[in-house]
Design a protein around this ligand. Structure first.
Ligand code: FAD
Length: 520
């Protein structure tokens, strides 16, 4: 059945309808008022995880925030009492978080991309910032800001993600120890709530919505615009890797590096399970274990690699990056002489995962299933968590990187929705551990994929069980029952519920997170 186009006199509301929604959704064409929707596309039911493929009934490709507002006002009306709505950014979720089974997916890339840069002028107390639309990719924000010598301060490793998508989670990378996650680098948001209200919010204006939306898993509103803090862009970056054969020394050195925030700009690290692990993430460094003579003697042994970087920032006294790197490495206890460094442009440094993407695409290994697991682990539980991880994977066959790096709790605002482990009062360090496994279809069947997912569930269950004393929380969490979410949010659950009933009382938004059931 096709619906006619409706003429409302408001031209921006006229979209094409080429698809009929289920009968319980629309009782008659007129019921759907002024909005017209597009046929559900394959893209709307697809994400990077390639594990869930929930098809919506229809897709909205908005040309303005107002259209999103009209949609949400409309579906929160009584006639559409089963409809859910999910914003879809770049669809780089793993477990269908941006999908809406039988609902409506709002494809944020259709909003006209708008990036307005404000450079701080002399004497101004505030920072430079960019106003950017919610569906814009971080890579595009980077390209635009670099044109005027500025850039955001806090990043994700991969830049083909949207502003709204990462701000709904946290947005972390090797800069997080210094500047906090991306959600700590936002000054203001424009949000369309679950009832269709368009609200500008900040720490001082509608602050409950502002803090709720940041890390809020898309539950309280759709971010249509964000004001992102900028700093002067570094001219170049010295990027260093150092190899370790002992986890304790590796993690102590990482913790030392994050105390040197005056000279160190980025700290990450990864487990070297096999030769492929050194190959991944960059071809700027020696590619395999065979090129590192000292490692050849113990091929079955597990190694660790610290990655840190020093930026050549205009306002920093780092004229000679080599000297700064020397000063830093002299304090580290890596396996002499196993340290490597390269000098790259800031853009190439930030866009480093794109190199990895290109080579995986060539091998047909990018568009495959990704049973990823990300955990935040307090420092007190990291040794035990590492042991748990290694007990549950097979080092010789594991495909994909395992990242481990520290961050500081006091760079996170506890009023935001993002969930962190519960810390001892004197503890400030937590680690992120990311098992970024690919399920290579040539060697991994559906059964094998299900096995990886079961293993991830087991690791999560043990690491989050109070009895284990690891005290971890999932990042980019995936749970399917309210009880599990309640435990995940812990002391923040009541606040999360209160915000949900204030801003999306009918539970319309982001059904793919599987936290709340649509009310009617
Ligand atoms: P989507 O997958 O499209 O959406 C994610 C959630 O946010 C959904 O619930 C959706 O409904 C909601 N949402 C989307 N847009 C909006 C909006 N405008 N307003 C409100 N809600 C919205 N994360 C890190 O922190 N650090 C990393 O280094 C990192 N690297 C990654 C590398 C790769 C290759 C991939 C695939 C993911 C990586 N991630 C990383 C995870 C990533 O940050 C999240 O999956 C993020 O949600 C992806 O953004 P997206 O635009 O694809 O969001």
């Amino acid at each position: 059945m096709e619906f006619p186009m409706f003429c409302t006199g408001i031209s921006f509301l006229i979209l094409l309808i080429v698809f009929s929604l289920p009968s319980e959704f629309i009782q008659s064409p007129m019921d759907f008022g002024p909005l017209s929707l597009l046929h559900a596309t394959n893209t709307a039911s697809l994400d990077f995880g390639r594990i869930y493929f929930n098809s919506p009934s229809a897709v909205l490709r908005p040309q303005s925030p107002k259209e999103i507002s009209v949609l949400l006002s409309f579906v929160s009306g009584s006639s559409y009492n089963k409809v859910t709505v999910a914003a879809r950014g770049a669809g780089h979720s793993i477990h269908g978080q941006a999908q809406a089974l039988n609902g409506i997916v709002v494809e944020m890339d259709s909003l006209p991309s708008s990036i307005k840069i404000h450079r701080k002028v002399d004497g101004e107390s505030s920072h430079s910032f960019a106003d950017v639309s919610g569906g814009t990719l971080w890579i595009d924000l980077l390209k635009e800001t670099l044109k005027v010598g500025l850039a955001p301060r806090s990043w994700t490793d991969y830049l083909y993600l949207t502003i709204g998508g990462t701000l709904s989670n946290a947005g972390i990378s090797g800069q997080t120890f210094k500047y906090g996650p991306q959600i700590s680098n936002v000054l203001q948001l424009d949000v369309v709530t679950g009832t269709g209200e368009i609200v500008t919010c900040s720490p001082t204006e509608s602050s409950e919505l502002f803090y709720g939306v940041l890390g809020g898993l898309g539950q309280f509103g759709i971010i249509t615009n964000a004001r992102i803090l900028l700093q002067d862009a570094p001219r170049k970056v010295k990027w260093v890797r150092a190899i370790y054969d002992d986890f304790d020394t590796f993690s102590k050195d990482q913790e030392l590096l994050i105390t040197m925030a005056n000279i160190v700009d980025y700290v990450e690290g990864f487990v070297v399970l096999n030769e492929d692990a050194l190959h991944s993430s960059s071809n700027a460094f020696p590619a395999n274990l065979a090129s590192i003579p000292k490692l050849q003697s113990g091929p079955s042994k597990i190694y660790y690699c610290i990655e840190f970087a020093v930026y050549d920032l205009p306002n920093k006294d780092t004229n000679n990056l080599d000297l700064v790197v020397e000063e830093i490495t002299s304090k580290l206890r890596f396996m002499e002489p196993l340290t490597y460094s390269v000098e790259v442009s800031y853009f190439d440094f930030l866009n480093r995962v794109f190199m990895e993407e290109s080579s995986l695409r060539e091998l047909g290994l990018w568009d495959v299933s990704h049973p990823w697991l990300n955990m935040f682990v307090p420092k007190s539980g990291i040794a035990q968590f590492r042991a748990l991880l290694l007990e549950n994977i097979s080092p010789s066959t594991f495909e994909g990187p395992i990242l481990i790096y520290p961050m500081l709790r006091d760079k996170w605002n506890s009023n935001m929705s993002a969930v962190l482990p519960e810390f001892d009062a004197d503890e400030n360090i937590m680690y992120v551990v990311s098992m970024l496994q690919s399920a290579n279809p040539n060697s991994c069947s559906q059964e094998c994929l299900q096995g990886f997912l079961r293993r991830n569930n087991l690791i999560t269950k043990i690491a989050t069980d109070p009895m284990s004393k690891i005290g971890a929380k999932q990042y980019l969490a995936h749970y399917t029952e309210e009880k599990q979410w309640r435990e995940h949010f812990g002391g923040k659950w009541q606040q999360f519920l209160a915000r949900k009933s204030a801003f999306d009382p009918l539970n319309i938004l982001s059904p793919g997170q599987r936290i709340f059931k649509r009310k009617y």
